[in-house]
Each structure stands twice: as C-alpha cells, then as structure tokens.
Design a protein around this ligand. Structure first.
Ligand SMILES: [Zn+2]
Length: 440
C-alpha cells in the first residue's frame, strides 16, 4: 500500500493574540513530518513577554521535531501576529533563529510575498506581467501608512484622542507595519541550501505534496490579480468589493491620490485607503481620530485577505487552515471562482477547522462556511481550534470584539472547541499548547 500518515497531531500554542500551529503527520514512530503554520504574537497574557515566551515556544517546537528538520514553514500572511516569531532582531528573543535552525525544506507564503515582484515584474507571480509590481509597491506604501499612524499616536499632537482610541490605533498600526526582520528570515529560510520557497494563489500548487506522501493539499486562497481582475469586471459598480479596491485604484491613485484617497466620501466599509505614503504624511494631522481608525482597519482587512487558505486531505479526513482570510477572500473561493461549486462541496464535510482571524465576526462567513459544515452539531464531530486573546481588537459595544461572542458560543456548542485563551493560567506552568490528534 502507498505510504500515508497513520495520524495527524495538531498543536496550537499559547501566543496570546496571534497564531502558532504545529501540524505533525505521523507516518511511523520514527517518521514524523512537521509543518509550522504561522508563528507570531502582538499581545501576550500577563506576565508573559515576547522576548522570553517566543523562544520557549520555538524550543518546544524543536523538541517535538526531536532532531528532524521542519518539513515546512507556512506564513499565511504578513501580519505581525502571524510572523513576529520568525524575527531575529531581539523583539521575540532568538525565536526566528531557532526556527531557522530547524532547516525547513519548504517555505510557503501567499503570492503577494514573492520578493522578486518588487524588482522584476515579469517573474512576480508568473501569471501577470503588469500588475504585481504596482500591487506590491502599494502594499509597501500601506505598511508605511501603518507605521506613520502607529508613530503619530505616540506624539503629543495625538493627545486629544481618547485613550481607548489611541490604544486601538497603536495595536492595529503595529500589526500592519512591515516586520522586516521576520520577512528577511522567511526569505533566507526559503533560499537556504536544500530548501524551496513557494508563493501560492488559489488553485496553484503548494509544493507540499512531494514532502507529505498520501496527503492532498489544496490552495483555496488568496486569488491572484489575474483571477481578481475578472471580479473587478463583474463588480465594477460595487464600491465595497475589496479586490476591486485593490486592483482598480492603485494605478490611478499614484497620479492623483486625492481622487482615490481620502478626498472621497467614505464607503460603508470605511474610509478609502491612501496608497501614497508621502502624500499621506501631510494629511495625517488634519484627520479626525475616527478617520484614522477607519483607515487602519481597512489596511488590516486588506492584509488579512492576502491570507493563504489551505485544505489538507488525509485518510479521508479534511483539515482547513484559513489564516485570517476574511469574507472577500472566502467569497472568491466559494462564490466567484470557476471551481467554487466543487470547493463548496469539498468543504462541507470538513473534520477540523482552524477558526479564521482569532474568531472575528467576518472571517468565518456564517452562511457560506459555518452553516455549510455538515459535521457541526451536538455530536461534535467537528473539531475546532481558535488562537485568540480578548480585549485587543474591536469593541463589545459595536459587536466587533475579537473573539466575537456569538461565534464562540456556536463553536462551543456545535464543535469540539479548543481555545488558546483557556491556556492563560496554564501558560506559567509551560503546559502551553492544546494537542488534538486526528485519526482515520
Ligand atoms: Zn491574525
């Protein structure tokens, strides 16, 4: 019989507000293949500190690997709460170096992270010769804007903003800054001898199959620009369509930032995002606090929608890891893509679901995804894991708190839920991860 795993162990580590999942495919006692999906934090429960806690997590990952190389490192998207642990600049101790020392064979990221896209547009995504360069340039500008807002909050000029607004601006701003140290380490790991880097998009190969015999891996998101261009055409009149905003505005906005930036009336979803950092700097002080918050939230949502969505199929079981994908990324996979019907059918009987975006209100689409899961219910055939920490993101009064209460209730009553926030007390005794074993 062809080689295939006997079981899969999934560990979700206590990283406060962030994600860190170690997925181990057990082929035999002596052959276990480990993939690390995200490793970051932007807030830890007291008294934990990133500089001391993240190296302990890295050490535990190394212990689980027990002398083996990591089979793969996956960074679902660029947010600090998913990649800060890969940094080597001291903020998270030496945790990035420890992961690098596990010599991952594959580094898998979304296509938006392809470093060649910045200098060589032709090799960027291998699917579009024109757009990627301006797209990644605009992502860079967005990091600059996030940095400016984050810095501004700590100046005396921001003193008249309320403390809670300053806190939220600072938090979301920090999440969206460029994370250079972590990004550089991810690039270095992918370029190391005997390693390979893959930048994936909806329908493309993950590069994981040859490393994981008997496991089928599908990349369901994010869509690339070629795929989203078609959405742009279909939805040219929909101002709330996220991918429309990304693909459509950037070119024109370089010439006339006001026409496509803050000069526009804000859409229902919030203010339009400025894409020209230098221009934004002059405007920043004239904006009201709530306008800044709209901008920084929009930046946050756009980056979340560059998340990889991965489906693993092994011995008839299905494991779904969507990073922080929000509604627009899901909508492509489940509504707009040519193969959306097949994808919907595939996801209906998922056995394991990594809850999207720390349990936020718009990352587990209720009708499209959650209600379509046939294994949810009082029998709890569905296993779920959420990595989260309340009080960092959104507000209870506006029903935008993360994790969202109603979603957590549904997860708890209709699935076998493992919530890292429950680990808070145990973290001090180093029982700092949940472990779920999936068997045939
Ligand atoms: Zn996140």
């Amino acid at each position: 019989m062809a080689k295939r795993p006997q079981s899969v162990e999934i560990r979700s580590y206590q990283v406060g507000f962030g994600d860190c999942f170690l997925v181990s495919f057990v082929y035999s006692e002596s052959d276990k293949r480990h993939i690390l999906i995200d490793f970051g934090t932007t807030g830890l429960p007291k008294p934990l500190k990133p500089s001391t806690h993240m190296p302990l997590v890295a050490q535990d990952i190394a212990d689980v690997c027990n002398g083996d190389r990591l089979t793969a490192v996956i960074a679902t998207h660029r947010h600090a709460d998913h990649i800060s642990g890969f940094g080597t600049d001291g903020k998270t101790g030496e945790s990035g170096k420890a992961i690098k020392g596990l010599h991952p064979r594959l580094v898998l990221q979304p296509w938006t992270e392809d470093p060649d896209a910045r200098t060589d547009a032709r090799s960027a995504t291998r699917t579009s010769s024109r757009s990627p360069k301006s797209f990644t340039a605009s992502l860079r500008a967005r990091h600059e804007v996030a940095q400016m807002i984050h810095d501004f909050v700590n100046t005396p000029r921001a003193a008249d903003l309320s403390a809670s607004l300053r806190r939220e601006l600072s938090f979301v701003g920090e999440t969206n800054i460029a994370n250079k140290s972590a990004i550089d380490n991810l690039i270095a790991m992918g370029r190391a001898k005997g390693a390979k880097a893959v930048w994936a998009h909806h329908g493309s190969s993950s590069g994981l199959e040859r490393l994981l015999p008997g496991v089928k891996v599908r990349v369901l998101g994010p869509p690339d620009l070629t795929q989203t261009e078609s959405i742009k055409t279909q939805r040219a009149k929909d101002p709330d369509q996220f991918w429309h905003l990304l693909a459509g505005r950037d070119g024109a906005s370089q010439k006339n930032p006001i026409a496509s930036g803050l000069g526009n009336a804000p859409s229902k979803r919030g203010a339009a995002v400025p894409v020209e950092g230098r221009w934004f700097k002059g405007r920043l002080e004239h904006l009201r606090g709530d306008q800044l918050l709209q901008i920084v939230r929009e930046l946050d949502a756009q980056m979340n929608n560059t998340s990889l969505i991965l489906l693993f199929e092994v011995f008839g079981k299905k494991l779904l890891f969507p990073g922080d994908a929000q509604l627009e990324n899901w909508s492509y996979a489940l509504v707009d893509a040519p193969d959306s019907k097949a994808t919907k059918a595939l996801l209906a009987d998922v056995d394991f679901y990594k809850v999207g975006h720390h349990g936020s209100l718009n990352a587990t689409p209720k009708k499209l995804l959650w209600e379509a899961f046939t294994k949810r219910g009082t029998q709890k055939q569905l296993t779920t894991m959420v990595s989260t920490m309340p009080g960092k993101h959104g507000k209870v009064v506006s029903r935008t708190e993360v994790p969202r209460r109603t979603l957590l209730d549904a997860l708890a009553s209709e699935s076998d839920l493992h919530n890292t926030n429950r680990l808070s007390a145990a973290a001090r005794t180093f029982a700092f991860h949940h472990l779920v074993t999936i068997e045939p």
